[in-house]
Design a protein around this ligand. Structure first.
Ligand code: ADP
Ligand code: MG
Length: 140
């Protein structure tokens, strides 16, 4: 097993409902450690840039509005196989398809307001971590 780092975002729907602690508990119970964390309100420009891969998708504008609708908590999670492990803890994008016990099955409101983001590959984890964190902010 290799130790990896991945970028996690607790999305506005979850921050608004005051369930960041419940979500963090899922990460910690699943073997991931938070090695950096901050709360912020994303600007439209920052949300657009973060999700630019989805620019052509019909849900892009709504997604940017949602992601800027309230504060988010961005985190670097570390652990064995952290990228896939986090995706497993999160569950499927659509909460109706998410396995029971996953964050999205328990807490997501719908396919858009689905409570969490997690990097989907090693390359994207590196890009996404540097999008939000300076190396000096990450203390392993
Ligand atoms: P994931 O977050 O599971 O990696 P994607 O990268 O496919 O999923 O999509 C990014 C985000 O866009 C999702 O987490 C969700 O908030 C939103 N989204 C994805 N598909 C849809 C959809 N069909 N309708 C509305 N929003 C969507
Ligand atoms: Mg994705």
């Amino acid at each position: 097993m290799t130790s990896q780092r991945t970028l996690s975002i607790i999305k506005p729907d979850a921050v608004k409902r005051n369930i960041t602690g419940k979500i963090i508990q899922k990460f910690e119970d699943g073997g991931l450690s938070i090695i950096a964390q901050k709360r912020m309100l994303l600007t439209k420009e920052k949300a657009e840039a973060f999700y630019s891969v989805h620019k052509a998708r019909p849900f892009y504008n709504d997604l940017v509005s949602f992601m800027t609708s309230g504060p988010v908590v961005v985190q670097v999670l570390e652990g064995d196989n952290a990228i896939q492990r986090n995706r497993d803890i999160m569950g499927a994008t659509n909460p109706e398809e998410a396995d029971s016990g996953t964050i999205r099955a328990e807490y997501a409101l719908n396919i858009e307001a689905n409570s969490v983001h997690g990097s989907d590959s090693e390359d994207n984890a590196v890009i996404e971590i540097s999008f939000f964190f300076d190396p000096s902010e990450i203390n392993a």
